[in-house]
Design a protein around this ligand. Sequence first.
Ligand code: GLN
Length: 395
Amino acid sequence: MIRTNAVADRLRPFGSTIFAEMTALALRHKAVNLSQGFPDFDGPAAMLEAMGKAAGSGVNQYAPLTGLPELRRGVAHWFAQLGGFEIDPGTWVTTTCGCTEAIAATMLGLLNPGDGLVVFEPCYDSYQATASMADARIIPVTLAPDGEGGFSFDEVTLREAFKGKPKAILLNTPHNPTGKVFAHDELSLIAGLCIEHDVIAITDEVYDHLVYEGEHRRLAGYPGMAERTITMGSIGKLFSATGWKVGWTVAAPELGRAVRSAHQFLTFCANAPAQAAAGKALLEHLDTTIELRENMRANRDLLCDALERAGLRVFRPASGYFVMCDHTGVSRRLGIEGDRPDIAFCKHLVEDVGIAAIPPSSFYVDRSKGSPFVRFAFCKKRATIEGAIQRLARL
Ligand code: GLN
């Protein structure tokens, strides 16, 4: 007998991730892939060589479950350098299979069934899925256009969310997909609410090195937050090696114990030779992130200008890999319709224009909130961006 419904209830609502779907469509239609957020170029050559050397010199078995010592030292260095503080890498750092596993291990290690989790939406789709795996209850707070070209949340709604007795808040700054860099007053508000309601903060800071306007601040660095914040990052984003799947959490030992309790049974450890090379890059090649940032800033400007010329309403991002646009004017002009307008627009883009982008409705709890938007990734070679710009003329 053929099973028709083998997927567990807790995962069925999420279908297959939009990132895999759009990258597959991009390949099928030979489109310029500005959908899934991965660079189409390599990170520092010295790091790539170091991975080969590590594999050639016997670093091929399980790493310690918390990660290789040199990687944990590197993470501690980066954490302190960019607005954190000095930590003991031995007890504070846990290495994971990319930030995506850090998110899953944190949810599963920390949350009991029914626990509330405050999440700013739109958000990376794994947040909702892993919260569901942990049987947690998402309390969404929406980031909406603020009328000044950016996105912001309503303070009253955030205060209400904390009254729902959440165990934790999951914050992503710099933010995917909007490019918002949470400002000092916003972080102070969040820190104050965490302390007042005894809530744990989980912060996904994978784009911390890619800030074009404003300044990245680590929530863990706010008064009273060091002991109650789990900060996450990754080599994938920092050194353009998303396929290496090396990420981490930085947390006070008791919170780190919760992460490790899940991580040890999810994957036990991340790729050992990649950890060795990543540790070297964090200790010796952080300067390469400056050139990366300047390249990405130029990509952002080129692509945003072209998207504006094509008639989209562009929310020029202050950070990160992505730009959100409102496609409704263009969709209306082209007569594009459907009950999921963002999906209909992206279908037109990939099939007829030759550009793959992400329809962001799956980044919202109430999917309809994402329907006016489309997300483009600009973490690409200049030639890729220029190719996309040429194709935009077909829109
Ligand atoms: N975080 C990346 C993005 O938003 C993709 C991660 C993934 O494909 N799992 O595009």
